[in-house]
Design a protein around this ligand. Structure first.
Ligand SMILES: *[C@@H]1O[C@H](CO)[C@@H](O)[C@H](O)[C@H]1NC(C)=O
Ligand SMILES: *[C@@H]1O[C@H](CO)[C@@H](O)[C@H](O)[C@H]1NC(C)=O
Length: 300
């Protein structure tokens, strides 16, 4: 019993020391400026010299050094306490001293950032969130869609298309509704009469544009995946920002209204035709990201 009690005390003592040491030192960045970085070794030695001045023992300074920045700018990072940081900050050679913060990956986690988590905890959950947009139909007015993208594959256990849906997937160049459309991508239409009035006949001789809902530009596929993209695990941008790519409402259905073309131009005449049909088709939400060059005109 006594031995057990003693070792418990010993443990408590060790953990107290541990807590104290991690609560009082942080990684700070000490910035010295852009000059004096011709010789990396001299610069590093100088950093060590500065850091040593706030320690009693050189070994402790060595232990605390995290990085010496000596190539493109001069500075260093070190594990020090607030007193040491303040001392360094007061030195003439030092431009600024700030704590190194922990940042998070962006871009594949934007919806989590907004609180729209895929697996919300009990206190975050709202009925709207838990369904992830199930059975909501989003009409996407843009440059069309690349239907093979994984973001437009069906989510597991999707219900049949609502009976109220009156839209359709039209066939067109390089766009076969039988293979392109599914329970997720339930509509595809395109409008180009207005565009051709202004720009002449669409050039589809090379594969740079398609007379169909297929997206040659990429903008529409991008915006559609932001809004309603299904969950795609281990997505990354050439290895960067790896995570689950997903739209804000990954279980929502998508109806594509292609009103903009490869050159990024969209005719208001075509846009209005799409509004006209989309509302009649039964979309619940319309997403449209285009506009005039500033100054912006009212949308009506
Ligand atoms: C910071 O560390 C120095 C050197 O070890 C020490 O003298 C000083 O008391 C410490 N200050 C705080 C606030 O812990
Ligand atoms: C596309 O090809 C056809 C037949 O070769 C030609 O008549 C037409 O002018 C071409 N269109 C454009 C816009 O180049």
């Amino acid at each position: 019993m006594t031995t057990g009690y003693r070792s418990f005390l010993g443990l408590a003592f060790i953990s107290l020391c541990f807590i104290q040491s991690i609560s009082t030192t942080d990684v700070y960045i000490v910035y010295l400026g852009l000059k004096d970085v011709q010789d990396p070794i001299l610069t590093s030695n100088y950093h060590f010299h500065l850091l040593s001045s706030v320690f009693q023992r050189k070994e402790d300074a060595k232990q605390s050094m995290v990085y010496s920045y000596k190539h493109s700018f001069s500075g260093f990072s070190a594990k020090i306490n607030s007193t040491q940081a303040a001392t360094l900050a007061g030195m003439e050679q030092v431009i600024s001293v700030f704590k190194s913060r922990i940042l998070a990956l962006h871009t594949t986690r934007s919806w989590d950032f907004m609180g729209l988590n895929l697996n919300p905890t009990a206190d975050q959950s709202s009925p709207l969130q838990l369904t992830h947009g199930d059975n909501t139909i989003v009409g996407l007015f843009d440059t069309g869609i690349w239907p093979e993208s994984k973001s437009f594959h069906e989510e597991p256990n999707m219900h049949p298309i609502p009976r109220t849906w009156k839209g359709k997937c039209v066939s067109g160049e390089n766009f076969n509704p039988k293979t392109a459309c599914n329970l997720k991508l339930i509509g595809g239409r395109y409008y180009l009469k207005g565009y051709e009035q202004e720009h002449g006949e669409l050039n589809t001789n090379d594969t740079s544009e398609y007379r169909s809902p297929r997206d040659a530009n990429g903008h529409g596929t991008h915006t559609a995946s932001i809004a309603v993209g299904s969950t795609v695990k281990t997505a990354s941008f050439f290895g960067f920002g790896q995570g689950t790519a997903r739209g804000g409402a990954p279980r929502a259905r998508l109806a594509v209204y292609k009103v903009c073309w490869e050159d990024g131009k969209c005719s208001e005449a075509d846009i209005l035709a799409a509004f006209d049909e989309a509302i009649n088709d039964g979309v619940n939400v319309i997403s449209a990201s285009f506009g005039s060059t500033p100054p912006q005109l009212p949308f009506y």
